[in-house]
Design a protein around this ligand. Structure first.
Ligand code: ADP
Ligand code: ADP
Length: 202
């Protein structure tokens, strides 16, 4: 049985970076609501388009994200889930559709989160995640095509961190109370954080 891993953490904590590595290491699916929504930003739903929420740093309605996750998990044996659940309603829904083997919370201080988010750059061709100070690609062609996400500007970052504190911190407390949560200090190099996660999983 492949591992079913939930990776929790604030925006910028390193969930995407670590999830990609975990998916390779354990040969499991990387299920991420953020990437799925970005790929469908202008899709019309009965609640409007995802873009209307995402560009404001707000949560996309539960019905939309729950369906994305249900579909993705039904096609996965093992997985690492990243970016979901972001509120208690989503956490309840998740518990109805799957069982988790590990719940890992990457903890990172707020100042560091802002630094990571405002410096984040994405490779639109591969989806790889970079940072202007901490991690730039050697290949000049890749460097030249990097883009900043629409919601990684300082203003929207502040809104996203507020939404996180209001909606998602209670989710972390919920898993902590259930006794399932393993907290990992995410303020170290990506390699070091990865080793810490693998040590917990093994
Ligand atoms: P981050 O890198 O900040 O963790 P994501 O890429 O996970 O950001 O999410 C970007 C945006 O997509 C969020 O600000 C939100 O608008 C939307 N989104 C992603 N996942 C969810 C979710 N589980 N519930 C509601 N909205 C979501
Ligand atoms: P999340 O998915 O939790 O929002 P990301 O994995 O996208 O986080 O990382 C946010 C930014 O921080 C990216 O620019 C990434 O390159 C950078 N980053 C990720 N992990 C680390 C780390 N351990 N140290 C420094 N920067 C990091």
């Amino acid at each position: 049985m492949e591992p079913r891993i939930l990776l929790l953490g604030a925006p910028g904590a390193g969930k995407g970076t670590q999830s990609k590595r975990l998916a390779d290491e354990y040969d499991i699916e990387h299920v991420t609501t953020g990437d799925a929504l970005r790929a469908n930003k202008d899709m019309e739903t009965e609640y409007g388009t995802p873009r209307e929420y995402m560009d404001a740093g707000e949560l996309v309605p539960d019905a939309v994200v729950n369906e994305i996750v249900r579909e993705a998990l039904s096609n996965a044996d093992g997985y690492v889930l990243d970016g979901y659940p972001r509120n208690l309603e989503q956490a309840t829904y998740l518990s109805e559709i799957t069982d988790l083997d590990a719940v890992i919370y990457l903890s990172v201080g707020k100042e560091e989160l802002v630094r990571r988010l405002t410096g984040r750059r994405m490779d639109p061709e591969t989806g790889d995640i970079y940072h202007t100070e901490f991690n730039m690609p050697d290949d000049e062609a890749v460097r030249d095509r990097l883009v900043q996400r629409d919601d990684d500007t300082e203003d929207v970052v502040r809104d996203r961190l507020r939404v996180y504190e209001e909606n998602t911190e209670p989710v972390i407390e919920h898993y902590r109370e259930e006794g399932d949560l393993v907290e990992i200090d995410g303020e170290a190099s990506p390699d070091e954080v990865f080793e810490r996660i693998v040590a917990v999983l093994d």
